[in-house]
Design a protein around this ligand. Structure first.
Ligand code: AMP
Length: 115
């Protein structure tokens, strides 16, 4: 755990969140500033700063993130209509929290190209 990391604190139960999923490896909770009717953050418990800090040791973990994204989309009823999984990397990519996370967005049509 990184001491000043907000997502580590949510994982440790020190900051409240509306959880949608939890296991030993990842947590998922509603984004505070939703960009779609359903906007869930899927966050590994392990403190990894950005996508650029992933190693081969994390391959299974990231595969698990995508499995959970699909399960949540299915369980919340927007899998068939379509959804998006987004990872922002570094400031130019829109990253603002320095603990890797994946935005699961659903409940509306998505546009392309993204902003
Ligand atoms: P990013 O900009 O890709 O790093 O995404 C960070 C996301 O974390 C943003 O969508 C924020 O709205 C969200 N966020 C920040 N703090 C919290 C919090 N305490 N609970 C839920 N979502 C948060």
């Amino acid at each position: 755990m990184a001491g000043d990391c907000i997502f580590c604190k949510i994982a440790a139960g020190e900051i409240p969140a509306k959880f949608r999923y939890k296991d030993d490896e990842i947590i998922a909770f509603d984004d505070l500033d939703p960009q779609a009717p359903q906007h869930i953050l899927i966050v590994p418990r392990k403190h990894i700063r950005t996508t650029l800090d992933l190693t081969t040791a994390d391959n299974e973990l990231i595969g698990h993130v995508y499995q959970v994204a699909g399960k949540l989309a299915h369980d919340l009823g927007f899998a068939q209509d379509g959804f998006r999984v987004v990872n922002n990397c570094n400031e130019g990519g829109g990253q603002s929290v320095w603990h890797i996370h994946f935005h699961l967005l659903g409940g509306r049509d998505m546009v392309w190209p993204p902003g």
